[in-house]
Design a protein around this ligand. Sequence first.
Ligand code: ATP
Ligand code: MG
Ligand code: ZN
Length: 456
Amino acid sequence: MAKKKPTVFVCQHCGYESPKYLGKCPSCGTWNQMVEERVQPKSDSRSRVTISGKASKAEPITDITIEKEERVKTKLVEFNRVLGGGVVPGSLVLIGGDPGIGKSTLLLQVSAQLNNDGGTVLYVSGEESASQIKMRAERLELRGTDFYLYAETDLSLIQETIESIKPDYVIIDSIQTMHHPEIDSASGSVSQVRESTATLMRLAKMNNIAIFIVGHVTKEGNIAGPRMLEHMVDTVLYFEGERHHTFRILRAVKNRFGSTNEIGIFEMRNGGLEEVLNPSQLFLEERLAGATGSSVVAAMEGTRPVLVEIQSLISPTVFGNAKRTASGLDYSRVSLIMAVLEKRAGLLLQNQDAYLKAAGGVRLDEPAIDLSIAVSIASSYKEKETRATDCFIGEIGLTGEVRRVSKIEQRVNEAAKLGFKRIFVPKNNLSGWTFPKEIDIIGCSTISEVIKKAFN
Ligand SMILES: Nc1ncnc2c1ncn2[C@@H]1O[C@H](COP(=O)(O)OP(=O)(O)OP(=O)(O)O)[C@@H](O)[C@H]1O
Ligand SMILES: [Mg+2]
Ligand SMILES: [Zn+2]
């Protein structure tokens, strides 16, 4: 009689293992995520993934020579920026994002770039056939001689191919479709994803190959499959954007080789992704002149200032409780600002519905946008427009004071560059820098003062 292989229940969310089924995961607390998987032989039998045969050993720190950190800069400036200055050889980068957002397109373009600069690239897809990828490449007008396409999901075959082609860069699209032949579980299960990623990690480190892996994102915003995938890799990037808008933001959420504040902005066109080097212009493009309930803020996205329009629609509540929504803005921040406006600036907002939005589909989350939110609400409430060339920067405190913000000089310069003439800033931000001559800088200390000056 064949002995039944032992199984174990694995949480698909965090990777917790239990010998028996549990409804709720004791480790991460999610429900109904335990899936039965075969127990795997311990990894010593399959951990040797060296190509060069080179093995690492413990050395005293003083004996270790620092190899000059070489980064490969692609011609995509926005992409380099998010990676912290360029692609680091031997690094494992995970790119997550919603279905159809453009992950494959981005990586195909990056592959062509890297190949044009003399790198050998292997693009492995478990989702599309080689001819489908070729069709996309033609549409994007990409070609290259050392640019290999490979439609495969079996990791051991992929490993053999890597050994024969010896690429500098490998793209794995996507990790959820890959399977390790020695693991019995289905593709996309925790065990598969974990083993496949571990194998790729070893390949990357031992052979100094930069590997990019695509991961699908679940509704909750996690990379589908285990959270631990994010711990295993060097860098995690999210590619995001709204389905109905053409621009896309590439954001670093983890980076062992750089800052995680940086974002790269792209626009999805017919010919592929194009870099947006002047995002402010894009976000202000459709601003309607003379509309009420609109104001502009210079917000920081990483180290870069970006001008964004904040829109409000305030109208009397017809029935029951006042309705409030905020898209692209933090709802509790908006509620707080409305309470401050009511209490400190005498705006009767409690029986008004309020709908707020950061135009263009961006997400803003920093205190410096408070003042602009407040002015936008006041503008709609009073049915008076702000001047088209006004910009508002400042945090608002609970007593209605306008508080100092960071990077004021960069914000003001960006606004000046785009033709704004009058900029409201916190009074405490006025000293210590010189502002552009042609700009009218108005230092303010309270929200009611700003409203008085802005609507006169
Ligand atoms: N023929 C085309 N012309 C213009 N744009 C196209 C064309 N085909 C696809 N696109 C754009 O490319 C996007 C899909 O990009 P891509 O396949 O790179 O996304 P993805 O994130 O890899 O998706 P998936 O999760 O399905 O793998 C589509 O949403 C569409 O905007
Ligand atoms: Mg894809
Ligand atoms: Zn769990």
